[in-house]
Design a protein around this ligand. Structure first.
Ligand SMILES: O=P(O)(O)OC[C@H]1O[C@H](O[C@H]2O[C@H](CO)[C@@H](O)[C@H](O)[C@H]2O)[C@H](O)[C@@H](O)[C@@H]1O
Length: 300
């Protein structure tokens, strides 16, 4: 855009919006067009680890990627609603993500434990079901199971276990000498342990999580979309637990909803890329996409 030589200088120079990628599927292109045309009918739902936050060896050190909260704070007020849907306890995602008390995110919803928990920014309240009794039983038995697996010994066992507020328990192999080997060796014993106590195993990026059955990100996302009355959804994820949400969007699209499926790409998980309309380069790519969407909506 040109400017007259006599124009008053402005403190904020005009910037062209960032380039929006073109979805590779017709359904994705339709979803993106609907998002840009009618953001007031759109909901955006995002996974946390690997999507909004870079993957790091210690789960407690994960943080929202630089610029993620700012991009959300700019985009979300233009939309019908926004949610983070995560395997983390909801309040842990809020703390690590820095999502509380952010101007622009006053109505953010965080669905934790794959949708079993719900935190609302508007009220700061958390709704959570009572803990499944199998989790405490597993917590007591798990160090012994890991010790006899031969993968870790002694204090190393403790760095592998993430206790998740007593509502689930995750075993991480990222910091083992052979992360993939450890993952494979633990699959059987952990599946047996989970089944004996009425839990299921949720596999992820070098993590096996033992958690209560009956909820997944697909159920959580479909229920939340229904509740918001949205016509269009954008969902972004990176891991196997996000496949259920992808399936939910595919089902809703078959019923007339429009939607965009975004894969936060990595070398560790390839299953989502095959089904996504857009593949971006990890959390940095997700932040770039959210920022470009916000910029396009700001100038439209
Ligand atoms: O649904 P998500 O938000 O993607 O959460 C799924 C699991 O993510 C976390 O583990 C992953 O991120 C860690 C930190 O970067 C990394 O160390 C680990 O290897 C990844 O699997 C989290 O710790 C789990 O509890 C979540 O279930």
């Amino acid at each position: 855009m040109g400017s007259s030589p006599n124009a008053e200088p402005t403190s904020e120079p005009e910037r062209a919006p960032g380039r929006l990628p073109t979805p590779r599927t017709a359904a994705g292109r339709e979803g993106l067009a609907a998002l840009l045309a009618h953001p007031e009918h759109v909901v955006v739902a995002l996974d946390f680890d690997g999507t909004l936050a870079d993957i790091v060896p210690d789960p407690e050190q994960a943080r929202a990627h630089g610029g993620a909260v700012a991009a959300l704070a700019r985009l979300v007020p233009r939309l019908r609603a926004a949610a983070v849907i995560t395997g983390r306890p909801a309040t842990v995602a809020v703390r690590l993500g820095g999502f509380d008390s952010v101007p622009g995110l006053e109505h953010l919803t965080v669905l934790g434990h794959y949708g079993a928990e719900r935190w609302e920014a508007a009220t700061g309240t958390l709704h959570a079901p009572p803990p499944h009794p199998g989790v405490a039983a597993i917590q007591a038995e798990l160090p012994g199971v890991l010790d006899t697996s031969g993968v870790w010994h002694g204090t190393w066992v403790e760095t592998a276990i993430e206790r998740k507020g007593g509502r689930a328990i995750a075993v991480h192999t990222r910091r083992a000498d052979d992360p993939q080997g450890a993952f494979e060796r633990l699959r059987g014993p952990l599946a047996e342990l989970a089944e004996r106590h009425g839990l299921i195993v949720e596999p992820g990026r070098y993590v096996l999580e033992l958690r209560p059955p009956g909820m997944d990100k697909g159920v959580a996302l479909a229920d939340w979309i229904r509740e918001t009355g949205a016509a269009t959804v954008l969902y972004a994820g990176d891991d196997l637990g996000d496949l259920a949400a992808f399936a939910a969007v595919e089902e809703l699209r078959a019923k007339g909803l429009t939607g965009v499926l975004v894969c936060s790409g990595s070398d560790e998980v390839t299953e989502l890329a095959d089904r996504a309309d857009l593949v971006v380069d990890g959390p940095a790519g997700v932040v770039g996409l959210l920022t470009a969407l916000a910029e396009h909506l700001d100038v439209s």
